[in-house]
Each structure stands twice: as C-alpha cells, then as structure tokens.
Design a protein around this ligand. Structure first.
Ligand code: CMP
Length: 241
C-alpha cells in the first residue's frame, strides 16, 4: 500500500538523478555507486500508452521491468478470451523476473492500465547483477515470498470463503496493490471493472454489486465514481482475514 505521494517523476536523463531514482527501488536499494551506475547505463527506459500489452503470456522472456510510473495489471486469459487479474503493480514494483529466472515462457500477460514508463534490464545483465550483488537476489526473494503469501491467501479465500469473504478479499488485495492509506482510510483509485472484480473473486457481476452495496450499507465502504474507500481498513481486514 502507498502513502500519498507527489505526482510521479519520470526517470531523469541525468545519470546522477537516474541513479537516485533506481536506488529508491526496493530490489536495488542495497547496490553501491559503481554497480548502480552500470545498471542505469545498461537499462532502457520505455514508455507505453494506456492499454498497451507489455508482455504476452507464453512468449519467451528476455528482460525484467521496473515501473518508473503508472500501473500495470498482471493477467491470465483462457481460450475464450476471459481474463483474470492476478495482481496490479505500480511505481517501484518489478515484473518479468519469473521467465528470466527459470528460462520458461512468460507466466502471465502484463497490460498497462494507465500510461506507463518502465525501466527494462536484459536477462544477462540482471543475472550478472544477482551474482555480483547477493543483496539484490535476497530482495528479489523477499518480494517473491510476499507474492506467494498473497497467492496463498487468494487460494484460501477462493476455496473456503463465502461470496462476501471472497469479495472482501479482492478489495483487500486491491487496497494492498494500489490503495493509498490516510488516517486509517484506504482509497482505491481507478477501481477495476465489475467484471474484473467478479473474475478475481470467482463470482458473478451481480454478486459483486450485491456484496459491495451490502458493505456500503454497513458503513465499511464508500464509492465515489471510480474510487472505492475503505472507511476503517484495519477493522475491515480483521472482519474478513
Ligand atoms: P514472467 O513470467 O516473466 O512474466 C509475467 C510476469 O507477471 C511474471 O514474470 C511476474 O513478474 C508477474 N506475475 C506473475 N504472477 C504474479 C502474481 N501472482 N503476482 C504478481 N506478479 C505476478
């Protein structure tokens, strides 16, 4: 979850400033000056329009991406074109590590849900960096562990919870991925479509609508256009986790 931040800054063209930006990315925070400068030199900045497909499931992977600005969704699709959002990532998050680590195809597609600016590092450069700087590998493992914990929570929710619990779990996941916390209230801007929420919760659009309105009636949530607000995040979490 994010704290309210100033508007997103593009990666500066000046090397020193660019290094400062990369140093703030959690997986690179333990790299010292010369290594950091190398990363900034070998990486490439790329800009994507809202809706662009950045990675396609099943393609061969050759690079890792760090998000400089914007948001992306990680999705899997079935043969009928139905999609489920696995996660939404934002500034300072990374993706594309799975296929560069195991050499298999991309595990999911990645689509820009806002305009996005990314920093791309080729496989060989990233693998070399992990060998040279073990702290990067440790940070990466920490993040992967967190993603596994979230996936475990999703499995539990989808298998064991009733509709209200599954919808609450999806809302809590979105709060975690893209929410902004202020004095115990969490705001989720640009809420995904009802159909996306339904696919994430393994339920129908009608159930999403019914449960969200029930949560609003009970005072847990507010909707303001495309924004959802969890009035008391800790209380809501404790009720449904
Ligand atoms: P890769 O398989 O190379 O390409 C798709 C990327 O989506 C994958 O690497 C991860 O970075 C990311 N990804 C896949 N599954 C999840 C998930 N459950 N949560 C967050 N990110 C994911």
């Amino acid at each position: 979850m994010n704290l309210p931040s100033a508007s997103q800054q593009p990666l500066p063209s000046d090397l020193g400033e660019a290094m400062e930006f990369i140093r703030n990315v959690p997986i690179f925070s333990d790299i010292d000056g010369p290594e950091l400068a190398k990363i900034v030199r070998v990486g490439v900045r790329k800009k994507y329009k809202k809706g662009s497909i950045i990675l396609l499931e099943e393609e061969t992977g050759a690079a890792l991406f760090v998000i400089i600005g914007g948001k992306v969704k990680i999705v899997r699709t079935d043969d009928d074109g139905r999609e489920v959002i696995l996660s939404i990532l934002g500034e300072n998050d990374f993706f594309g590590e799975m296929s560069i680590l195991d050499g298999l195809a991309r595990s999911a597609s990645v689509v820009a849900i806002t305009k996005a600016e990314l920093f791309m590092i080729h496989r060989r450069d990233f693998l070399k960096l992990m060998q040279d700087v073990p702290a990067v590998a440790i940070s990466l493992l920490k993040e992967l562990t967190m993603r596994l914990r979230k996936a475990d929570a999703q499995i539990k929710s989808l298998s064991l919870k009733d509709a209200a619990g599954r919808v609450a779990n999806v809302i809590l996941q979105l709060a975690d991925d893209i929410g902004t916390i202020r004095k115990g209230r969490v705001e989720i801007d640009e809420l995904p479509l009802q159909q996306d929420l339904a696919n994430m919760a393994g339920t129908s659009r009608e159930t999403i609508s019914r449960v969200v309105h029930m949560f609003i009636k009970k005072g847990h949530l507010e909707l303001q256009g495309n924004k959802m607000i969890i009035n008391d995040y800790e209380k809501f979490k404790n009720l449904f986790i």
